[in-house]
Write a protein that binds this ligand. Structure first.
Ligand code: NDP
Ligand code: 8X3
Length: 252
């Protein structure tokens, strides 16, 4: 029987690449995200290319009622979730704390931190009932370092790092593995979202060096999920060769 993976933020970037990788590994997939058209497109692509089942759920992880209702009403055949990939997330803006835009802060805290908790709260009881499971949280180099103007985004990712460690302890008696992946710069829609649609600004982030690509993170997920049952990968920090820290990038 195929395993089941639930992916948040599967409509673009890292989440979409992970969906394809997990499909290749034979997982049936519950893909989720807010953008209906993107969800449908990813679903059709998965069905056309892999012999797996796909359930697409329109989901805003910030909406706790929606998260609980949609996960609690999953069709019975989709409730035995083997893998949760907590990937949905975003940065909004880069600004000093004294000039910060409160709405930007709330979007980051509500998505990266509270959203991840809501989804985890809804899915872990299903894994516990099933006596096994695996969770991978996508954190960031921003969860290990802080850079100018990154204050709140970095805080949310530091929090996810702490929550990952807490989850590992709490879920230890339940045969549930918990890992995190902390990428450096990955070229996705991330910077377009961060700079609110300013693609010129977004492109500059990746200029003069080769960043990571979503596929690199998908390969890391593949490595984690293909370890034997007795092995857990706690945390992987993965960087572009030309990036030594959040602030040090060797650009041509
Ligand atoms: P993208 O912007 O390409 O993708 C983000 C995904 O998150 C989309 O599928 C989006 O779907 C989803 N998402 C955002 N807000 C919500 C929400 N409220 N509810 C549900 N889904 C949501 O960025 P990445 O693929 O790069 O980002 C994925 C993760 O990786 C994030 O957690 C990010 O912080 C992290 N990361 C990214 C790095 C990078 O340099 N790109 C580096 C380190 C970590 P939709 O809009 O359809 O809802
Ligand atoms: C995204 C990477 O360095 O822009 O998490 O924060 S960074």
């Amino acid at each position: 029987m195929n395993k089941i993976a639930f992916i948040t933020g599967a409509t673009a970037g890292i989440g979409e690449a992970c969906a394809k990788k997990l499909a290749k590994l034979g997982f049936n997939l519950i893909i989720s995200g807010r953008r209906k058209e993107n969800l449908e497109k990813v679903k059709q692509e998965l069905i056309a290319n892999y012999k797996i089942k796909v359930l697409a759920i329109e989901l805003d992880v910030r909406n706790q009622d929606q998260v609980a209702t949609k996960i609690n009403s999953l069709p019975e055949e989709w409730t035995k979730i083997d893998l949760l990939l907590n990937n949905a997330g975003l940065a909004v803006g880069v600004s000093a704390v004294q000039e910060g835009i409160i709405d930007d802060w709330e979007r980051m805290i509500d998505t990266n931190l509270k959203g991840l908790l809501y989804v985890t709260r809804a899915i872990t009881p299903l894994m516990i009932a099933n006596k096994k499971g695996q969770i991978i949280n996508i954190t960031s180099i921003a969860g290990k370092e802080v850079y100018p103007g990154g204050n709140v985004y970095c805080a949310t990712k530091h929090a996810v790092d702490a929550i990952t460690k807490g989850m590992r302890i709490d879920l230890l008696p339940h045969n549930i593995k918990v890992s995190s992946i902390a990428p450096g710069m990955v070229e996705t829609e991330f910077s377009v979202v961060r700079f609110k649609g300013d693609s010129k600004k977004a492109d500059q982030v990746y200029q003069g060096f080769t960043p990571l690509y979503a596929e690199d993170i998908a390969e890391t997920v593949e490595f984690i999920v293909t370890r034997p049952a007795h092995v857990n990968i706690n945390d992987i920090l993965i960087m572009p060769t030309n990036q030594a820290s959040a602030r040090d990038v060797n650009r041509a």
